[in-house]
Design a protein around this ligand. Structure first.
Ligand SMILES: C[S@@+](CC[C@H](N)C(=O)[O-])C[C@H]1O[C@@H](n2cnc3c(N)ncnc32)[C@H](O)[C@@H]1O
Length: 465
């Protein structure tokens, strides 16, 4: 746990200003957050951090140059660590500086001006994983790959510089990597002499980085053009006892969010990729061995769901996923389309391309006719499919949605069962606390989803257009 008082007085010493109507405190969203203690007017500025107290690459380079003066040992740490970064990006270079600071601090170098902030990074909660875990959850799988990559980077560094080994353990290295990733912001910088143009720099902004994410945010960060300070500005009136949140990203792709920031937001509208799509769809439709992944491509159905998570409900929006189309009775995948070139309207070259895309395209094929899908022995036209199957289309849609419910239930149950296996496998690992937290959040979501009755479910979904 970070020593908050110490951190706040350090930040003030660095010239930062926090409105007296705002405090850093425990947040129901996770860890610490910024809470309004009094009413905040729309457009008011509630936090300021001078630009030279933020950590972008330029400022870090400057700080490192000062530390290096007359100290070849310090210089050696920075150059060795920064040189070893695989595929450097602004974020990983910042992380390289942070690793260097951690090594230097452990070697006994005085890092007074940055030490309290290093403590924040060191104590940031991150989702750690056992690299050897066999796991179905695609986000945790991704996290394992990520950890392997970071560990490899550290190993290469330690191989070249064994003297660093005792000063940066693998666990700390990964924690710092994740902490930087989850806390950096893209801060805009005006382009000189251009009134409306700006560039962005990936930056760690102490204090401002206590702002949690909300899709319906009530504040934004910006740069004050007159002073250059990074500021937090409230965008609507905020009542006392309300958390002040920014939006880290407008995307509703849960995977993208997780990969970029390392967590799943508690509320908002997010997409969930259905696990074991083929196997679950076959089970839900009482078929066996039908290639629903390929059918989904032809029918332009994404094998994922859009959830709206609020404090007391989970709703599913099927209008975007078009998943119910797959539930039309009598549709099946038809592998023979490739041999019927004479019956197909596309030219030879386009057919070759379609065959390639059917195998390799992650989601969608683009012809009007779904050649890989047949209904009563005839090829299916995507725009006509509902009319061909259901006379009264609104009724038809509702029926399809009802048929989709078991598929969603099975996907939720399968996903949970697979996670239980993962948790059992990782039970003895010290790293399982955050993993448990991740699965607990995911299961709360899946449980709430499973509780919905078909009636409510159909009502909530509305119509498919
Ligand atoms: C920039 S930090 C925000 C401050 C952080 N809560 C702390 O304790 O220092 C980002 C981290 O806060 C948490 N977080 C932020 N917004 C969240 C949200 N909407 N839902 C869940 N966790 C959130 C996540 O753990 C994320 O990695």
């Amino acid at each position: 746990m970070v020593q908050l008082e110490k951190l706040l007085s350090w930040a003030q010493g660095q010239g930062a200003w926090l409105s007296p109507s705002l405090k850093v405190t425990q947040s129901p969203l996770g860890g610490l957050g910024l809470l309004a203690t009094g009413h905040l007017e729309e457009d008011s500025i509630v936090l300021r951090v001078p630009q030279n107290s933020t950590y972008d690459i330029k400022n870090l380079l400057h700080y490192a140059e000062q530390l290096k003066k007359g100290r070849p040992d310090v210089s050696n740490v920075f150059s060795s660590v920064l040189l070893m970064i695989l595929g450097p990006t602004e974020t990983t270079v910042i992380r390289g500086y942070v690793w260097s600071f951690a090594i230097l601090q452990s070697m006994g170098v005085d890092l007074e001006p940055i030490a309290p902030y290093l403590d924040v990074l060191r104590t940031t909660e991150v989702l750690d994983v056992d690299e050897n875990l066999e796991v179905l959850d695609s986000l945790v799988q991704w996290q394992i790959m990520q950890k392997r990559r970071v560990t490899l980077e550290l190993c290469e560094m330690v191989k070249a510089h064994p003297e660093f080994a005792p000063h940066l353990l693998a666990e700390t290295a990964f924690r710092l990597h994740q902490a930087v990733k989850s806390r950096v912001l893209e801060i805009p910088h005006p382009v000189e002499d251009e009134e409306y143009e700006f560039t962005t720099r990936v930056t760690l902004v102490p204090l401002l980085d206590f702002a949690n994410h909300a899709q319906t945010n009530n504040a934004v960060f910006d740069v004050d053009r007159t002073t250059g300070d990074v500021i937090l500005r409230v965008t609507k009136p905020v009542d006392a006892e309300t958390e002040v949140c920014i939006s880290y990203s407008p995307s509703n792709d849960m995977g993208l969010f997780f990969r970029t920031y390392g967590f799943i937001p508690q509320h908002g509208v997010y997409e969930w990729v259905l696990p074991l799509f083929n196997c679950i769809t076959n089970a839900a439709k009482g078929t066996s061995g039908v290639d629903y992944v390929k059918m989904a491509k032809w029918l332009r159905v994404k094998p994922r769901l859009v959830f709206a998570l609020s404090e007391d409900a989970v709703t599913v929006d099927l209008t975007e996923s078009r998943l119910p189309l797959l539930m039309v009775p009598g549709l099946t995948y038809y592998a023979g389309w490739r041999d019927e070139k004479a019956d197909i309207e596309e030219d030879e070259h386009d057919i070759e391309e379609l065959i390639f895309e059917e195998e390799n395209n992650p989601v969608i094929l683009s012809t009007e006719t779904a050649y890989g899908v047949v209904f009563e022995d005839a090829y299916v036209s995507v725009p006509d499919i509902l009319e061909q199957t259901w006379e009264d289309s609104e009724h038809g849609i509702r029926e399809l949605v009802k048929l989709t419910k078991p598929l969603i239930d099975m996907a939720a149950k399968t996903s949970k069962e697979a996670d239980v296996t993962t948790l059992a496998a990782s039970a003895s690992q010290h790293a399982s606390t955050q993993l448990k937290g991740y699965f607990a959040a995911k299961h709360a979501l899946l449980d709430r989803l499973l509780e919905l009755s078909t009636q409510d479910f159909v009502y909530m979904i509305g119509t498919l257009t």
